[in-house]
Design a protein around this ligand. Structure first.
Ligand code: G1P
Length: 285
């Protein structure tokens, strides 16, 4: 059995972060000093995944450089004996490959660009906006459910409020299976408040349905929903409620919250945040 691969879908324009995304890929925007995509790559490695495929585009060449070695700095820091700095520039311990999506035709189309590289094995797909820090790395949480059920696995969170911007799961009473899925339901039409976040474990059958759906697809972006519906109809989808803290860096507000979270965790930044709040009484409820 070929080892399971991790896929990071990183081809999008990042329009919510313009103007910086005119030149900097959204996935390289840092939380603290670490690019958000590095957290996902590390999650994969911590989950036992050592083959990572990044779906990129021609506007995002610096993503490839980020995952390469930085020879010049390595030599400098070695000469200086700066182990701490060497650690900071060490590439993630995985085999990282890049595939470009040449036209922005949606995430379903993006995934089809890597189907031939998966060796007929299941894979974990990440939309890099969602970063989770948990007792167990998120991809591993999904792999564990796959190993128990043999099904595709959706990572979910319970969102008590408005769920109209999510894909929403209709759970089986057993708390594991998925019997329906509604992408971005109108308010009041949601089947539950169990919402899908950007981490998926897909079996090879899912990719076959994805290809099938693409043949029939008309114009506009192509998403994962057609294939997912087919898998659900065959009772081949489960969900796993995420254990841990989820950060949604998909828009500037969520990204800002991730920075605040990072400041709280970082002993050199926490006092700065505390001083700032103390100096601005209007920030206290
Ligand atoms: C995508 C998925 C949606 C999911 C969401 C999680 O939507 O299509 O099912 O709930 O990510 O962030 P997007 O946010 O790309 O519109």
């Amino acid at each position: 059995m070929a080892p399971m691969k991790g896929i990071i879908v990183a081809a999008g324009y990042g329009t919510r972060f313009l103007p910086v995304t005119k030149t900097v890929p959204k996935e390289l925007l840092p939380i603290g000093v670490t690019p958000s995509i590095a957290y996902i790559a590390q999650e994969f490695v911590n989950s036992g995944i050592t083959d990572i495929i990044i779906i990129s585009s021609r506007r995002k060449k610096t993503l490839e450089d980020y995952f390469d070695r930085e020879i010049e700095l390595e030599e400098l820091f070695s000469r200086e004996g700066r182990k701490d700095r060497l650690e900071k520039i060490e590439p993630v311990r995985a085999r990282v490959s890049f595939v470009r999506q040449s036209e922005m035709k949606g995430t379903g189309h993006a995934l089809l660009q890597v189907k031939h590289l998966l060796g007929g094995e299941p894979s974990v797909v990440a939309y890099p906006d969602d970063i989770v820090f948990g007792p167990k790395p998120l991809a591993r949480q999904l792999i564990d459910v796959y190993e128990r059920t043999g099904k595709c696995v959706l990572a979910t969170i319970f969102e008590p409020g408005d769920v109209s911007r999510y894909g929403v799961v209709d759970p089986e009473p057993d708390g594991v299976g998925v019997r329906g899925f509604v992408e971005k339901p109108a308010k009041g039409a949601e089947p539950s408040h169990e919402v899908s976040i950007g981490r998926y474990l897909y079996t090879p059958e899912f990719f076959s349905w994805l290809e099938e759906g693409w043949k029939k697809h008309g114009s506009g972006e192509y998403y994962h929903t057609y294939a997912l519906d087919k898998m659900i109809a065959a009772s081949h989808v489960a969900f796993a409620r995420v254990e841990g803290l989820r950060l949604d860096t998909g828009d500037p507000a969520g990204y800002f919250e991730a920075q605040l979270w990072n400041a709280l965790e970082d002993p050199s930044l926490k006092p700065v945040l505390a001083r700032f709040i103390a100096a601005h009484p209007d920030l206290r409820a």
